[in-house]
Design a protein around this ligand. Structure first.
Ligand code: ADP
Ligand code: MG
Length: 678
């Protein structure tokens, strides 16, 4: 059904580019000109003055006004970095890497020199790096080895409105760090202490929405500065009736625009990578006669492909960008005139009641009104635009206003462990929004089951070792268990593969038979974990002799995602380094590895396990849910006495994915006896 015109909303009117202001370097290159024309440029001097005078500054500005790319450069140009570095945190790794690349280009330097980035499993920085884009999770990890974050003079908490768990964690910790560093400098100033190299810390909180008061209040009524953006009117269309298949509706709406509407690029918001890839295929299939340049943007998109969304659209062509909510506020794409909003996004959720375990699942959910407004706004950056919402106006009116902070809805296991390493307790830290006591208890219980905490909730040496690994505590526990069973090499191989952000096994539902036979040689009777190991080994053996294009062909033949291998090998390098640091021999390997590997996995996955019931279903060992084995698993339809699994996927059923069969006896003594009352 054609989207029906309903009503018109206007955003703030355009003020037009302003040219009268100063940037220290002369605007000779086109990039310099672009910098100068950003709305934030005319606020530069006022901004610097405020930041210089205040310890904490809250900066609000519409998406695309230039906050993320410009503020760090202004700070640097004004000498506010001093001898230290400027860190800019991002909730998503793809934003950190892509923005660092942009800022390096604006300064005419190589990425990794003056400007760099650091995200999990990937870092490009050097000794002379002054501006560093970091994922918020990475900065939390840096806290563990440098509790005062003394390498940084300024920390910019960007996208604070997203209220991710890690950003909230930093907001809370930076408040006390700032006080401690101030005290250290005061003492130093009085000549009482000479050894301390700690300098004062400036904090800048940046956000794209108008909820700044809360940040300000938290930081003793810090100054709030506003940057006005440019926003042209955007005409909103709603569908007349509810849509059942948003990918299909997006496809049809796209071609309606493509065929009927004047030139202008299209941005389509979808919940995740899988939908993005399937829509990409359909658009390409239907677009034979009408040129469309399709580009993608999602969390795990490799850096090599990120720049494509910014490339100029060739004449007679329409660019169509398929993105997740990353394109809502983190990354502004130029040239967008049409937005198609499916109204869906993936959200991390902790389902403690159902899962009984301390882990999150990603659920596709309705977006909030705040997100819908941001999405529409993307169409009006350079001129009047159009937003096609693939839901009814009534559905829009029923959306929640804004989403709950992650701290209220995500697993806290890793955060509790990190705080314990910092000598803090989640219950006593001052957060902007305190976590729910039930999730704190669940996190403590998980850590206790994994052996990271003892009966008095004190961090154990094992817990400290677990925190050294840049993976979730349960995965770290599996690696540590592998040392007892002398199969660390195999376990790290598998953990690296399952930590990769891309799925290894491509699943095309109408080709399941062909896929199964192509992959049958990798299949291990115990299930997916050892099948993954076999697959990685086959890939590595092949890759030793084959060139790039035959490697690609080999992956295609076996319906495998090559990106998973390349990413996993990087992750493996890091895990091996960490093993070395905590005194584990990553070379430890068993010839007959099935039993030791599965025993190691069972130690970390006790909360992710289920037992076969007399009626043929699987019931969680430590939870109430009945789960089914995912149809994509090598164990699909199999009945085995007990299973362990990597994750639960919620669709109309609860599916266990990444499943292996283990003897029930493995669970004997796998957990300490649960004390009364917990
Ligand atoms: P804000 O943080 O206020 O949302 P940004 O600093 O991210 O704004 O963006 C400023 C401008 O820089 C935007 O117009 C955006 O399109 C542009 N920009 C950012 N990254 C790139 C890139 N890689 N290539 C081209 N333009 C970019
Ligand atoms: Mg930004």
């Amino acid at each position: 059904p054609a989207p029906r015109k309903k009503r018109r909303i206007h955003f703030d009117d355009d003020e037009g580019p302003k040219r009268s202001h100063s940037i220290s370097s002369s605007p000779s290159t086109p990039l310099q000109k672009q910098r100068e024309q950003l709305p934030i440029a005319k606020e530069r001097d006022a901004l610097i003055r405020e930041i210089r005078e205040n310890d904490v500054t809250i900066l609000l500005g519409e998406t695309g006004s230039g906050k993320t790319t410009q503020v760090p450069q202004y700070l640097l140009e004004a000498g506010l970095a001093g001898k230290g570095m400027i860190a800019v945190t991002q909730p998503r790794r793809v934003a950190a890497t892509s923005l660092a690349a942009r800022v390096a280009a604006e300064r005419g330097v190589k990425l990794g020199s003056l400007v760099g980035y650091s995200v999990r499993f990937d870092e490009i920085c050097g000794a002379d790096t002054k501006i560093k884009y970091v994922s918020d999770g990475m900065l939390v990890r840096e806290l563990l080895s440098d509790p005062l974050l003394s390498r940084y003079s300024v920390i910019v908490l960007d996208e604070a409105h997203e209220r991710t768990l890690r950003t909230d964690f930093l907001i809370a910790n930076l408040k006390s760090i700032q006080v401690k560093r101030k005290q250290a400098t005061d003492v130093k100033g009085k000549g009482k202490c000479t050894s301390s190299a700690v300098n004062p810390l400036k904090i800048i909180v940046m956000s794209a929405t108008l909820d700044a008061e809360k940040f300000s209040r938290f930081y003793h009524n810090a100054r709030i500065l506003y940057v006005k953006g440019r926003q042209h009117p955007v005409k909103i269309f709603y569908t007349a009736v509810n849509q059942t298949d948003y990918v299909d509706s997006a496809l049809r709406t796209f071609f309606q625009i493509h065929l009927d509407q004047p030139p202008g690029d299209v941005l389509i918001f979808l919940p995740g990578q899988e939908d993005i890839e399937s829509l990409e295929k359909s658009i390409k299939m239907h677009a034979k006669r009408l040129p469309v340049l399709v580009s993608l943007m999602y969390a795990s998109l490799p850096p090599s492909q990120q720049a494509r969304i910014f490339s100029a659209t060739p004449p007679q062509t329409r660019k169509c960008i398929l993105a997740t909510n990353i394109a809502e506020t983190s990354i502004t794409i130029p040239g967008i005139k049409y937005v198609i909003d499916t109204g869906k996004s993936k959200e991390k959720r902790y389902l403690s009641k159902d899962t009984g375990g301390g882990f999150d699942t990603l659920l596709t959910r309705d977006i909030t009104k705040a997100s819908a407004m941001q999405r529409a706004g993307r169409a009006g950056r350079e001129g009047p635009g159009f937003c096609f919402r693939l839901y009814t106006e009534e559905a829009f009116n029923n959306l929640a206003a804004a989403s709950e902070p992650e701290i209220r809805r995500c697993s806290l296991t890793q955060s509790v462990l990190e705080l314990k390493c910092l000598g803090q307790d989640l219950e006593t830290v001052e957060f902007m929004d305190p976590p729910d006591i039930n999730s704190v208890v669940a996190a403590l219980k998980t850590l206790w089951i994994l052996g990271a905490l003892d009966d008095s909730k004190t961090l154990t040496p094992l817990g400290r070792q677990m925190a050294s690994f840049p993976v979730e505590p349960y995965l770290a526990r599996i690696i540590l268990a592998s040392s007892t069973h002398e199969c660390t090499s195999e376990v790290i191989d598998i953990v690296s593969m399952i930590s990769s952000s891309s799925k290894l096994f491509l699943d095309i539902s109408d080709q399941r038979d062909a896929i199964a036979s192509a992959r049958s040689k990798f299949r291990h009777p115990s299930g997916d974990h050892l099948t993954i190991l076999n697959t990685l080994r086959a890939y590595q053996e092949m890759a030793e002799t084959e060139n790039k294009s035959s490697r690609k062909e080999w992956c295609k033949q076996h319906f495998l995602n090559e990106r998973t291998f390349t990413e996993a090998l990087k992750i493996r390098d890091q895990l091996r380094v960490t093993c070395g640091r905590v005194g584990l021999d990553w070379r430890a390997s068993k010839k007959d590895s099935e039993d030791p590997v599965l025993r190691s996995f069972t130690v970390g996955l006790v909360q992710q396990s289920a037992l076969l019931q007399p009626d043929g279903s699987y019931k969680q060992l430590m939870g109430r849910s009945v789960v089914k084995i995912h149809p994509g698993s090598t164990l699909a339809d199999k009945k085995v006495p007990a299973i362990i699994f990597d994750e639960l996927v919620y669709t109309n059923q609860i599916y266990a994915r990444g499943v292996s069969s283990v003897p029930r006896s493995y669970f004997n003594g796998a957990t300490p006896a649960i004390p009364n009352g917990s």
